[in-house]
Design a protein around this ligand. Structure first.
Ligand SMILES: C[S@@+](CC[C@H](N)C(=O)[O-])C[C@H]1O[C@@H](n2cnc3c(N)ncnc32)[C@H](O)[C@@H]1O
Ligand code: SF4
Length: 377
């Protein structure tokens, strides 16, 4: 059996946050039912008992925006058509303001065992200025309800470098999350995506971003504070209490295989990266006419060189870095030989360091990767 992760994309949101360019739509409630029917057909069409599902990640968009019965149906289809590992990690993304007590209890009852609840900041004024639909108080209420429902593996996302955000806001946000006893925290640096409302508001000088130096200070402040409070920094943007790393994400960074279902969901299988098309109506039409293959876009059939490069780039995202032996086991050669020139250059620039058994980012490398990962290496 082939161990695999599954990603399910739910592209609906109550309204669009100003900074977000994920493939998600508001005002498409009329398409939810058709979309879920197609998603289920796609899952069945791909089904095979050759797979053993180790992790399921229901992301978006806002999966918690749609009726819980759809999530239950999707998990039911997966259970009926695939082998599911006994210790499967099942995560769902939740936006406060779209999940009530009933929904959270149902999630728990249908086997979801990890929640990822988007906060972004504890400052209500900033939340409003970036188009979030909830207040900090609503977020806290969602966390309380989630705990009461039985959840003991909860992540929250925060963003640093938001308009008008100060170091005191970060301190306040981080302190609140620590006090709430979360198991996992993702700290993202704000990316100003092209064509978003936020980009426009910044261009018009309606909103102002903190200086890059202050943003970096926020990152290191968040890192130190979380580490002091028992969180392990295990990936550029991710911190977890012992035993609570995100298995799904870790598998992706370890170049393990996964299948994505739904619009724009990406997959990695048989050394091939591909994704579904992003257009909701076309996705639905193709499935309803049994033209499943029309939804696939092959992004890359990897050569050995491409596979090795990707292994290195993904591996460097982890704070523990790339284990030299893992590379050797997978590719039969030492990365120190394959990448001798690049490694020497990056060491000279103080961006990476060599250990006895691993290659990892330095402090400078971490800052660099955080800001310009795409251009890194
Ligand atoms: C796809 S969203 C899904 C979570 C859920 N819809 C929510 O917003 O609460 C996942 C996370 O990506 C992060 N994110 C989205 N757009 C971003 C941007 N432009 N810059 C930095 N982080 C971003 C946010 O922290 C968000 O919680
Ligand atoms: S951040 Fe989350 S809720 Fe906001 S638009 Fe993006 S996916 Fe939707």
């Amino acid at each position: 059996m082939k161990e695999i992760g599954v990603y399910i994309h739910i592209p609906f949101c109550k309204s669009k946050c100003y900074y977000c360019d994920f493939n998600s739509f508001s005002n498409k409630e009329n398409s939810i039912n058709d979309y879920i029917e197609c998603l289920k057909k796609e899952i069945i069409n791909k089904s095979s008992f050759e797979y053993l599902i180790k992790t399921i990640y229901i992301g978006g968009g806002t999966p918690s925006y749609i009726d819980c019965k759809y999530i239950e149906e999707i998990l039911g289809i997966l259970r009926n058509h695939y082998n599911i590992s006994e210790d499967v990690e099942i995560t769902i993304e939740v936006n406060p303001g779209t999940a009530n007590k009933d929904k959270l209890e149902k999630y728990y009852a249908i086997g979801i065992n990890r929640l990822s609840i988007g906060l972004q900041t504890s400052n209500n004024q900033i939340l409003k200025s970036i188009g979030r639909i909830h207040s900090f108080e609503q977020y806290k209420q969602t966390i309380d309800l989630a705990k009461q429902a039985g959840f003991s593996n909860i992540n929250s996302d925060i963003i640093i470098g938001l308009p008008s955000q100060t170091i005191y806001d970060i301190e306040d946000t981080i302190n609140s999350l620590i006090d709430m006893g979360l198991q996992h925290i993702s700290v993202y640096s704000l990316i100003i995506e092209e064509g978003t409302v936020l980009e426009n508001k910044i261009k018009n000088k309606e909103l102002k971003l903190p200086d890059e130096e202050i943003e970096r200070y926020m990152y290191w402040f968040a890192k130190r504070k979380l580490e002091k409070n028992g969180f392990k920094h295990y990936e550029i943007s991710n911190f977890a209490k012992p035993g609570f790393v995100s298995k799904h994400n870790l598998d992706c960074w370890n170049q393990k295989e996964y299948i994505g279902f739904g619009v724009s969901a990406s997959s990695y299988e048989n050394k091939t990266r591909f994704s579904n098309i992003g257009n909701l109506d076309e996705y639905i039409k193709n499935i309803n006419t049994n033209s499943f293959e029309k939804n696939y876009i092959i992004e890359e059939k990897q050569t050995l060189e491409a596979e090795q490069n990707e292994f290195m780039i993904l591996g460097l995202r982890k704070i523990s870095g790339i284990r030299i032996n893992d590379f050797r086991k997978k590719f039969g050669r030492s990365p120190l030989i394959v990448y001798e020139k690049q490694i020497k250059e990056l060491i000279a620039q103080e961006l990476i360091a060599l250990d006895v058994d691993s290659i990892k980012l330095t402090k400078k490398g971490l800052d660099f990767a955080n800001l310009v990962w795409e251009e890194f290496i």
